[in-house]
Ligand binder design. Structure first.
Ligand code: ATP
Length: 494
């Protein structure tokens, strides 16, 4: 057994957000001599306490954004952990962590939610429906467990800055746990911008220019803005945002001035991330007739080139149409990296659904896996709407104090929400095989011949100088002859 172990901080699982859990791999639990449910003390810039849960990986601790703020650690940082002991708390005082939190929540609801939770002074936690709070006092002091007998009080004043996290400075209100299905993309963006913001001198020492910009591209509503905000939060950077269409102005020079102002504000608050949403509207390819666009693109180029290494400002651009961006902006030294934020697959949709139903009282019969399987083509924004509509349907159905969202509410919502991803964006390998289609032996054989053979045995056809069967009997150009609805056409194609 070891007293103290160094572990790397990773983001929490989506369903753990706001629950103050510390997931530890079993090897680490064994070394520390702790079991699931035991308290563990996490020591980063500050100390906090969390409850051990089973985890994965190697020397990794998975904690949510509030717990990360409590210890003053970001994803990728290392912290020390050790087994802890707790006493039952007689009194616990909370204060709002930011001005979005309810200053006067009903204390019985707060207590009910926190019972059995482990806290200590400085710990940030979340009460569903009311916001984030900081524990500012406990009796006894040290790490304590909240029980049914604990008197929990909420004081309305904001907790003093510096008690947790970055002291509430420029909170962007998005955490890694709020984003579903984009872990790899998040990691790429973070890698790309963390070093230039935190250790720009490294680049200078190597004699290379640090990256200045990242371009996120993909269909609308897939989470580009969300990623930029979450990363800014995670690397403790100031977040400055401009929306392309908003700064387009018919007055000469005004758009350029707004761009310059945004860059100035970012530099003044460095380290900073400057997010340019819908960048294609101001940075479209230049042409001879578009005077305004040309001037704005030229200004953007100048501003990006003028960002000195020491300024610690990174520009993140977001667009639905990457090809419409002026090629000069996509060269090295400007937007160095382009990262695609695509339409989520089934696993991604499942994660997004769990993010957006996290604070919903769900009936046990609600099957999120099945919903994820049925929502092909839905992007994050559609799934957020779906969850919200299901909540609204539950409210309309039940007028009591504690409405519960039932499977039928999701059905009502599904009838009203359309997938926004166009076909051309959606590439998902189906898992259906011929064995999933009953009967239709002849059709299957014909399909194999017409579709599978040319793909699988192309060289063989060439060698024997024969043509694969391109069309099915006669002149119908489709591989599958039309049939009445619901006769397996779709399933056969899959
Ligand atoms: P646009 O191109 O229209 O600006 P975007 O890609 O920037 O779209 P966001 O503004 O980030 O999309 O997403 C809109 C909303 O959809 C978010 O506020 C969030 O509620 C939800 N959403 C989108 N993607 C995700 C995701 N991957 N996980 C969780 N929620 C998501």
């Amino acid at each position: 057994m070891t007293d103290e172990i160094e572990v790397r901080v990773e983001g929490a699982r989506k369903s753990d957000a706001g629950r103050g859990r510390a997931r530890l791999p079993s090897a680490v639990q064994e070394q520390l001599g702790v079991l699931s449910g035991d308290p563990v003390i996490i020591d980063g810039d500050r100390l906090t306490v969390a409850k051990v849960w089973p985890g994965d990986g190697d020397r990794v601790i998975r904690i949510d954004a509030d717990t990360r703020a409590s210890v003053g650690a970001n994803i990728g940082d290392t912290v020390q952990i050790r087994a802890g002991t707790v006493e039952d708390a007689a009194d616990v005082t909370l204060q709002p962590a930011d001005d979005r939190a309810d200053p006067d929540p009903p204390t019985d609801a707060v207590t009910r939610e926190l019972v059995d939770g482990l806290v200590r002074e400085g710990k940030q936690l979340r009460v569903s429906g009311h916001g984030a709070y900081v524990v500012t006092e406990t009796d006894p002091t040290g790490s304590v467990r909240i029980t049914d007998d604990t008197a929990v009080a909420v004081e309305p004043e904001l907790a003093a800055p510096g008690t947790t996290g970055d002291g509430g400075e420029a909170p962007t209100g998005a955490a890694y746990e709020d984003i579903g299905g984009l872990d790899e993309e998040l990691e790429l963006v973070r890698e790309m911008i963390e070093l230039p913001l935190s250790e720009p001198e490294l680049f200078a020492r190597l004699g290379i220019e640090p990256p200045k910009g990242v371009l996120l591209y993909g269909p609308p509503g897939t989470g580009k803005t969300l990623i930029a905000r979450a990363v800014a939060n995670e690397v403790d950077a100031h977040f400055e945002t401009i929306s392309g269409p908003e700064i387009v102005s018919k007055y000469k020079g005004e758009s350029e001035q707004q761009l310059r102002d945004a860059f100035d504000r970012a530099s003044a608050n460095a380290p900073a991330i400057l997010f340019v949403d819908e960048i294609d509207s101001i940075a479209g390819a230049r042409d001879e007739d578009a005077d305004m666009e040309n001037r704005v693109v030229a200004q953007l180029l100048t501003l990006m080139d003028g960002l000195e290494t020491r300024e610690e400002v990174i520009v993140i651009g977001a667009t639905n149409r990457v090809d419409a961006i002026d090629p000069a902006l996509r060269r090295g030294g400007r937007f160095d990296r382009e990262i695609e934020i695509g339409v989520p697959d089934e696993a991604g949709r499942r994660e997004i659904l769990s993010v957006h139903t996290r604070e919903m009282p769900l009936d046990e019969a609600v099957d999120l896996d099945a919903l994820a399987a049925r929502t092909h083509g839905f992007v994050g924004a559609d799934l957020a709407t779906l969850a919200r509509e299901a909540g609204m349907a539950a409210l309309r159905r039940e007028s009591g104090d504690e409405p519960v969202v039932e499977p039928g509410d999701f059905e009502t919502a599904l009838a009203g929400v359309e997938p926004s991803a166009m076909r051309e964006y959606v590439v998902e390998s189906p898992t259906t095989t011929f064995t999933d289609v009953g009967g239709l032996a002849e059709t299957k054989a014909r399909l194999r011949e017409a579709v599978e053979w040319p793909l699988a045995y192309g060289p063989l056809f060439e060698e024997t100088n024969t043509e694969p069967r391109r069309r099915d009997r006669g002149s119908d150009p489709r591989a599958v002859r039309p049939g009445p609805p619901d006769r397996s056409g779709d399933r056969l194609s899959r």
